[in-house]
Design a protein around this ligand. Structure first.
Ligand SMILES: C[S@@+](CC[C@H](N)C(=O)[O-])C[C@H]1O[C@@H](n2cnc3c(N)ncnc32)[C@H](O)[C@@H]1O
Length: 364
């Protein structure tokens, strides 16, 4: 399919010339406008509507109950960013309601039925509560806790009150953690593991991937009620439900006892140190002498290298009271305070995460 010759993502037109020192700032500001068009694409499922072939702006607008003129403006912006193609050639300026648009490879990453779909990442970042939360980072910097975290307790308090956002968030975590789960089964030796409890396991993408790769392993998925129910459904669809227990509850209150391995994937970074230690102590109480903990999280590089974790760290500040990314020494210190001792760190290829393995240490 032919891309328009103008406004391609490799030559983003900015308010100022690219060599101008203000260009980097403009790019960030413009990114907010651009993201808004991408959010419309995800929210109205334009990728799904274009899946079977090109359609005109008027036709798309009718399908999703939109105003044709407003939708045309967004479609034009999406072509300029490279998420859609102008089906009839590079006719961006003065787009008409009768102009047709086609899905390209980049836009197709927003198709909902793709297991690694990016649609949920966009919906989760762009839905109103989550989006507004980001402007509270400055309050967090000045006052310690963002207004969002103060109002809802954490992202999960907000999601309990907003079921649609909760469904999108779970789907986002499942698509985001898919690569992590696959890297984990490639890299980590599950040799003698027979039972795995996934603490804060979401809908269980990591646990189900491990169980699918190791048919002898039985699992327990622990998460909040509304999440675990969605997880159970997903395990049923994969034919894994008969090897798994589903435990709905608060991980601070109790963790099922006696598993060989306790997984905590993307969980500790949601918590400030006192809560992280509290949760890990709860896990430690549930462990047998020879059980292991396997925490999957980002370890920030301490050599100043650029890393996705530095951006995610800001997201954690906006939506959790104490949530933060940590470097390896900080992570070890949290585990140590909880009575655990790190026995290995494995980086997970094609993801920014590492698997941090720990056992009970004694004396505590
Ligand atoms: C960032 S998600 C990680 C999901 C999954 N482990 C993954 O890596 O994709 C954190 C999970 O912790 C769960 N969670 C948060 N607070 C919890 C609590 N108090 N008790 C049980 N689960 C909780 C959330 O519902 C969410 O599914």
């Amino acid at each position: 399919m032919t891309r328009p010759a103008v406004n391609t993502p490799s030559q983003p037109p900015l308010m100022v010339d690219g060599a101008d020192p203000r260009a980097a700032v403009w790019k960030m500001v413009q990114g907010v406008y651009r993201f808004s068009s991408l959010y419309v694409m995800a929210r109205l499922d334009l990728a799904g509507l274009l899946k079977d072939g090109p359609r005109t702006a008027a036709d798309l607008a009718e399908s999703c109950g939109a105003r044709t003129d407003q939708l045309t403006r967004v479609l034009r912006a999406l072509v300029a960013m490279g998420f859609l193609d102008a089906a009839g050639g590079p006719r961006i300026p003065g787009a008409q309601a009768t102009d047709a648009y086609a899905l390209n490879d980049q836009g197709a990453t927003l198709l909902s039925d793709d297991p690694g779909s990016m649609r949920w990442a966009v919906l989760s970042a762009g839905e109103p509560g989550s989006w507004n939360a980001m402007s509270g980072v400055v309050d967090a910097v000045l006052g310690g806790v963002s207004p969002f975290a103060r109002e809802y307790g954490s992202m999960y308090g907000y999601l309990e009150q907003h079921p649609e956002a909760a469904g999108d968030f779970d789907a986002f975590m499942a698509s985001r953690s898919r690569d992590t789960a696959e890297a984990l089964v490639q890299r980590y030796d599950f040799g003698d593991v027979r039972t795995v409890t996934d603490v804060g396991g979401g809908t269980g993408i990591v646990l189900s991937t491990v169980m699918a790769a190791h048919p002898r392993i039985r699992g327990t998925l622990l998460d909040l009620e509304h999440v675990v129910r969605r997880g159970e459904q997903s395990f049923r669809e994969q034919g894994l439900a008969d090897r798994c227990e589903f435990v709905a509850g608060d991980y601070f209150a109790s963790v099922p006892e006696g598993a060989d391995l306790y997984l905590l994937s993307n969980v500790i970074h949601n918590l400030g140190r006192p809560d992280a230690v509290r949760l890990l102590r709860r896990v430690r109480e549930a462990m047998r002498e020879d059980s292991r903990v396997l925490a999957l999280d980002i370890l920030l590089p301490s050599d100043g290298q650029s890393h996705f974790g530095f951006d995610l760290n800001i997201r954690m500040m906006a939506v959790f009271p104490g949530g933060q990314e940590r470097d390896q020494e900080e992570y070890k210190a949290v585990l140590h305070e909880a009575g655990l001792h790190v026995t290995g760190v494995t980086s997970l290829p094609r993801t920014p995460l590492s698997a941090i393995e720990a056992v009970r240490r004694s004396p505590v």
